[in-house]
Design a protein around this ligand. Structure first.
Ligand code: FES
Length: 578
């Protein structure tokens, strides 16, 4: 049990010095009385609300519920806004800024008189960003997921955010969706506040947060618009105060076993491939190594149990009604390490012990699994020496063993310029390759990995092709897409050597990705590539600011794409107070 004197915030607020006086006086400037904050744990509400972060628009009001809980439990709340990272609006990609948010959270917590934190997020990169920062700072913290938006329908059909955006756009490009419907869908897609209602990156990462033990049990599945959500927010505020007195930090809660559980959970959910970059980055902040191949040692025993889009038929509101994440975890309890701790003081096993399924179509049992294909598979081969990933449950079965000629796009601008060219030399057998879309090349690994199907093939009825890139793919999307190819092409990975017509083979059973070009030819191409780069004298585009810092320090995808100077569990020194 922590004493008042040992509270971190007391270094700012307790001393009978000129600075201590200033800190107390300035807090009273905000309308608080001395007794409101004296000798109380100070809890930061780190809120990723903003007007343009549409998935988080309710978090401004929900922060007041967190505040109530903190005050009720004897703490003092301080709301600290952090970069909001609305997935759809932020360009070129929120992934570029995940590490920025993580750094901001860490520094916000370090530089202020804060004893504990409530982290409010949910839209894709906000969950890993908030947790990475809190892990690095390692003070007591609890995470609040924003909750998913409700079910949506169009002409009686259940439609999922992201998943149907891609489907409808393909139909539109194929000339099969008229103007009237196209406009009507726009206002039908997202009907309440909250994150995407599919098992995309947001729902995947909030599930990860819960399995890691960083949320109240059951919090992940509560819809944003449900009255249970504000109640959960109040409870999380109360809990943050208790965690401070108990002196329970993330490093005492989250372990390698917790991360293995999180990976098992992602597999059972059919979760987003983005988990493959976020999990090693999060683990790295606690000094835990999470090699990409770990997915392969876990994916044989965990079938797909969540019948949720994009792999299945239902949405997050259905998932909540069917028993939610806790019910799903209970189905794989034999594979889980049940003794891992959680913020509420109970183990994961204790938290899920009473969970039951209320709808066995939405949440399947191991016996009635939606698929026995692994939700995430790791590929290696001469095209991806450090690995690449694929989501077989969102792919076309006939393309999982495929050999075809490459059609190469040098970058995203080249892709956009040529993909719908009627003279494009492409067939359904072609393998679409996108270069220069990785952490350095993008920069930020944008979600370009499900390259659009060429218009002329769409018109012929083709809806999926084998696609390969060093980019990521939205968790809400689908397709036979090999992603996160490492090392990436922008730093000279073999993907940079692929040319039109080269034969590429994907063999899911062998977990291999092979460029069928002789080693001597590849060596010649590499030498020419190096020569060309030297002739050009490097990039002509001037880099500045955060992007320059990011490109200089970002690690490759299989390591989590964190900045190299932010990994590891060594704490930065506490600030001097003078
Ligand atoms: Fe925010 Fe999907 S766009 S969760």
């Amino acid at each position: 049990m922590k004493s008042v004197e040992s509270l971190r915030s007391q270094r700012w607020l307790a001393p009978d010095t000129m600075r201590g006086y200033s800190h107390r006086a300035r807090l009273q400037q905000t309308g608080y009385r001395r007794e409101d904050f004296a000798q109380r744990p100070v809890i930061a509400i780190v809120n990723t609300w903003s007007d343009i972060s549409t998935c988080h628009v309710h978090l401004r009001e929900r922060a007041s519920k967190v505040r109530e809980g903190i005050i009720r439990a004897g703490g003092f709340p301080l709301e600290l806004p952090a970069m909001s990272l609305g997935e759809v609006m932020v360009k070129p990609t929120t992934m570029l800024y995940r590490n920025f948010l993580a750094m901001e959270v860490e520094e916000l917590l370090r530089s202020h008189p804060v004893d504990g934190a409530v982290l409010m997020g949910g839209c894709d990169k906000t969950t890993p960003g908030l947790l990475m920062g809190a892990f690095s700072m390692n003070i007591p913290a609890v995470y609040i997921p924003a909750g998913a938006t409700g079910n949506a329908y169009f002409k009686g059909e259940k439609i999922g955010t992201g998943t149907h955006t891609a489907k409808f756009w393909a139909e539109r490009r194929a000339g099969r969706l008229n103007d009237q419907d196209w406009i009507a869908i726009e206002s039908a897609m997202t009907r309440t506040v909250g994150t995407c209602n599919t098992m995309g990156t947001a729902s995947t990462m909030t599930a990860v947060a819960e399995v890691l033990g960083m949320t109240l049990p059951g919090a992940q599945s509560i819809p944003a618009a449900d009255s249970a959500h504000p109640r959960m927010c109040t409870e999380a505020g109360e809990l943050a105060v208790q965690l401070v007195w108990q002196d329970r930090c993330p490093s005492q809660i989250v372990s390698l076993a917790s991360f293995r559980n999180a990976m098992r959970c992602v597999l059972a959910l059919g979760g987003s491939t983005n988990a493959c970059v976020h999990l090693p980055a999060m683990a790295g902040r606690l000094g835990i190594d999470l090699p990409l191949q770990l997915w392969e040692s876990l994916n044989q025993t965990i079938p797909l149990l969540a019948n949720l889009m994009p792999a299945g038929a239902h949405l997050m509101e259905d998932f909540y009604r069917a028993g939610g994440l806790q019910a799903l975890l209970a189905q794989i309890s034999e594979q889980l390490e049940l003794e891992t701790p959680t913020v509420n003081g109970k183990t994961l096993g204790q938290n899920i012990s009473a969970a039951v399924i209320y709808d066995t179509d939405v949440i399947r049992t191991v016996q009635t699994a939606l698929s026995r294909e692994p939700a995430i598979a790791v590929l290696t081969g001469n095209l991806a020496p450090d690995g690449a990933i694929i989501k077989p449950t969102a792919a076309s079965a006939q393309l999982l063993h495929h050999r075809g000629p490459a059609l190469v796009f040098k970058n995203h601008a080249d892709l956009s310029a040529r993909i719908d060219d009627p003279n494009l030399n492409v067939s359904a057998q072609s393998v679409l390759v996108l270069q220069n879309a990785g952490p350095v090349g993008g920069p930020g690994m944008p979600e370009w990995g499900n390259l659009p199907i060429p218009k002329k093939l769409l018109a012929q009825g083709v809806r999926d092709m084998l696609r390969i890139s060093d980019a990521r793919m939205s968790g809400t999307h689908f397709g036979t897409c090999v992603l996160h190819v490492c090392p990436e092409s922008a730093i000279g990975g073999p993907l940079a050597l692929v040319q039109d017509g080269d034969e590429i083979e994907l063999n899911l059973t062998a977990r291999s990705l092979t460029l069928r070009v002789a080693a001597e030819v590849l060596q010649q191409r590499r030498e020419k590539l190096i020569q060309d780069q030297q002739d050009k004298g490097g990039s002509s585009t001037k880099q500045r600011g955060y992007t320059a810092l990011y490109k200089r320090h970002v690690q490759q995808a299989h390591l989590g794409a964190d900045l190299d100077f932010l990994t590891g569990s060594d704490a930065s020194p506490e600030p001097d107070i003078f």
